[in-house]
Design a protein around this ligand. Structure first.
Ligand SMILES: Nc1ncnc2c1ncn2[C@@H]1O[C@H](COP(=O)(O)OP(=O)(O)OP(=O)(O)O)[C@@H](O)[C@H]1O
Ligand SMILES: [Mg+2]
Length: 259
């Protein structure tokens, strides 16, 4: 496979008072170019930490993270990040929020505006382009954060529970829309979620992590074709895969037996 993101024997520890806390314990994982991978696992198992390393926001204690074969050295416009807590600038309109991410790219103003407009239309916010975030619902704010990442047109999308705070209907709509843009633009996507259904619906591979210490637990292949459909969600095959992931997440044997 043509590897886009490679985690090689990655360890992340944080100092505790008299000890160290291991957030990630020897994680090795390759994500292929144009692959859609979802990551699930119990709270605190290191999902956000792993993604932040690919984003260049957190450095591994040991091991390395490569993008296109080169070690990650800070954030870059090739990787768009959507955080667990969406952060919009409250004093900027939707359009200005989306354009903000393009400022660092040294594009002419006209090109910035064109890209922002396209991304805003893509997430269905065209009628609200000049609204301030306080005038938007939670789902609309999140769509604005997604548009900001889309506008940069990154090769890699790193998404940390981007639909976590949304109602079920908006969530399903954004899932389909994300898959739609992904199949057109063929980006590589690493998508963290707590929702097992979402993980299976979106991905070609679901990465299941375990906690204490944070580590890879299981990789589940989703052998369903794209485009994914509503019928697929109800199919026995989908159910079987979902059960496998569910079991891997919620029936993990502890790494260290409880005292
Ligand atoms: N800066 C830090 N200092 C100390 N510990 C940290 C730091 N950042 C993360 N951790 C710890 O590392 C572990 C993994 O955190 P992380 O945020 O990656 O988990 P997660 O899997 O994303 O959890 P959640 O599902 O709740 O978002 C947690 O136990 C957390 O307390
Ligand atoms: Mg997290």
């Amino acid at each position: 496979m043509n590897v886009k993101i490679s985690f090689r024997d990655v360890v992340k520890t944080y100092p505790l008072k008299d000890d160290t806390f291991t957030a990630l314990d020897h994680v090795s994982l390759d994500i292929a170019d144009r692959e859609f991978v979802t990551v699930v696992g119990p709270s605190g198992c290191g999902k956000s930490t792993l993604m932040s390393m690919a984003a260049g926001l957190v450095e591994p204690t040991s091991g390395e993270v490569l993008v296109d074969g080169s070690p990650v050295d800070g954030p870059g416009p090739d990787r768009g990040v959507i955080f667990q807590q969406y952060a919009l600038f409250p004093w900027l309109t939707v359009r200005k929020n989306v354009e903000f991410g393009l400022k660092l790219m040294d594009l002419p103003a006209e090109e910035r505006r064109r890209r922002a407009q396209r991304a805003i239309e893509l997430v269905g916010l065209a009628d609200f382009a000049d609204a301030l975030p306080k005038m938007l619902s939670g789902g609309m704010k999140q769509r604005c954060a997604i548009a900001r990442a889309y506008a940069v047109d990154p090769q890699v999308l790193l998404m940390d529970e981007p639909f976590g705070a949304l109602d079920a209907l908006t969530r399903v709509q954004l899932q389909d829309q994300l898959l739609d843009t992904w199949s057109k633009d063929q980006r590589t996507v690493m998508f963290i979620t707590h929702d097992v259904d979402e993980a299976v619906y979106l991905a070609s591979r679901v990465i299941v992590m375990a906690a204490r210490p944070g580590r890879l637990h299981k990789v589940v292949d989703v052998d369903l074709p794209y485009p994914r459909t509503e019928e697929m969600r109800l199919s026995p095959e989908f159910g079987r895969i979902r059960n496998e992931v569910w079991h891997a997440v919620y029936h993990q044997a502890p790494a260290v037996p409880a005292a």
